[in-house]
Design a protein around this ligand. Structure first.
Ligand SMILES: Cc1cc2nc3c(=O)[nH]c(=O)nc-3n(C[C@H](O)[C@H](O)[C@H](O)COP(=O)(O)OP(=O)(O)OC[C@H]3O[C@@H](n4cnc5c(N)ncnc54)[C@H](O)[C@@H]3O)c2cc1C
Length: 400
């Protein structure tokens, strides 16, 4: 599966250091925990398991951290794509409340994890959820009521307040405090490199072809004929891992991002911005004052992403940026990425249905990085046979 086309910001920044994956030379290797995938999901899981004293090996069919993670725009929000009303109806208000508060804590935890690694660019920011048109205001008010009831740090902004305080055009907005931004690629690399100094083994390129459970653990077969065995197998294989799921539980998209150099100076503490339109446009500033403008999601149905497609989307994203913020800018780079969202906007994290020692950590959805951090905790608790409060809501076999 082609995970990205074009050069994403994280790779332009040269934060993508390579050279810490070793080739697999032994014909058979044993690990207590084997993680498939070295993106942000695998890296956070490895970090949490190493700290808990597990012996961890990782494999990746690409070089480490060269999957979807470098394509990411790194907005860390505790706002879900699915509305609070829908999710509360599905799981009940207390569980929705638990999910959003866990997400908020996970974002703060990511800030602590990022602190030792220069280049992660973690910064706390406000997040603005903008009503794109007048007819969206009533549903946004409903969302605001849920968030207020959940004691989240939110403020309602009228059209005028939104324009005067934030320079943003819209019919109204919810301003949420304590969101953040991060370079997930730099964090994954930092964690993997630090882990390697504490016994983490990373092998690449190694393509896992099949696995089989037995009474003594899990046997993994690679495409190059190597055999790996482990007590616990964690599939953190990103968007290529959709084959572990039931068909009608998720949708596949191509999503797009343009890195824009504004023609005039942007506000120092620019909030993260997204909107009620679907597909929505979202914006965040980088540490050097450029802007990442994303959106224009399209169903991924065998469509080829050509330079022409990227140019068309780039023009639309620049127009969106101007409509929302009056900012004009010059495109520096535009890329697309494969993207999967579940039907209820929550990820798939937990035991593979029917398996005993095989787990998946598929952080699907717009809050993928936040979900990866929560996933690392869920997986650790599952290996330690401790119940996690979000286990049932993120289960692969939950009801849709
Ligand atoms: C354009 C874009 C923008 C995004 N913006 C945001 C955002 O603002 N905020 C946010 O929270 N999330 C965002 N996301 C989502 C987030 O980036 C992803 O959830 C996250 O990066 C996925 O990380 P991962 O480790 O699960 O997957 P990956 O980084 O893809 O890692 C999975 C790894 O598994 C390996 N693999 C797959 N199959 C095999 C196999 N059979 N054998 C061996 N290795 C295998 C792959 O090579 C890959 O390296 C965005 C995503 C995209 C594409």
């Amino acid at each position: 599966m082609k995970l990205k086309t074009g050069t994403p910001y994280s790779l332009l920044k040269q934060s993508a250091v390579t050279g810490f994956g070793k080739p697999l030379t032994r014909t058979s290797t044993h690990a207590q925990v084997l993680i498939v995938g070295t993106g942000i999901s695998g890296a956070l899981i490895a970090h949490s398991l190493l700290h808990a004293g597990f012996h961890v090996c990782m494999v990746d069919k690409r070089e480490p951290v060269r999957g979807s993670t470098p394509a990411s725009t790194g907005l860390l929000q505790y706002e879900l794509d699915g509305s609070a009303a829908e999710l509360s109806e599905k799981f009940g208000f207390p569980q929705w409340n638990r999910i959003v508060h866990t997400m908020k804590s996970a974002n703060a935890a990511l800030g602590k994890l990022a602190a030792p690694f220069p280049g992660c660019g973690f910064e706390v920011r406000d997040s603005l959820y903008v009503a794109s048109k007048k007819s969206d205001v009533s549903s946004l008010k409903k969302e605001f009521a849920f968030r207020t009831e959940a004691h989240l740090p939110v403020t309602w902004l009228s059209t005028d307040n939104l324009r005067n305080q934030c320079g943003v055009h819209g019919s109204a907005a919810i301003l949420s405090r304590q969101a953040a931004k991060i370079d997930a690629c730099a964090l994954a690399q930092g964690l993997l490199k630090a882990g390697s100094r504490h016994g983490l083994e990373i092998y690449s390129p190694v393509n896992v072809a099949t696995y089989q459970e037995s009474s003594s653990g899990v046997e993994v077969q690679t495409s190059s004929g190597h055999r790996l065995s482990c007590d616990h197998l964690i599939l953190a294989d990103g968007y290529e891992g959709y084959r572990h799921l039931t068909r009608n539980t998720f949708s596949l998209y191509s999503t797009f991002v343009t890195l824009v150099r504004p023609l005039s100076e942007t506000p120092q503490e620019m909030p993260l911005i997204w909107e009620t339109s679907r597909p929505y446009c979202y914006i965040r500033s980088t540490s050097s004052g450029d802007l990442l403008v994303g959106g224009e999601d399209q169903p991924l149905i065998g469509q080829k992403i050509t330079r022409g497609v990227l140019k068309d989307v780039e023009a639309r994203l620049l127009k969106k940026l101007h409509n929302l913020t009056s900012i004009r800018g010059r495109p520096v780079s535009t890329w697309s990425g494969a993207f999967i969202a579940s039907k209820d906007s929550l990820p798939f994290i937990g035991r593979i249905p029917g398996a005993k020692n095989v787990f998946a950590a598929l952080a699907y959805g717009a809050n993928g990085i936040t979900f990866s951090e929560i996933g690392a905790n869920i997986i650790l608790q599952m290996l330690n046979k401790v119940h996690h409060p979000l286990e049932s809501s993120f289960a692969l076999d939950r009801n849709f």
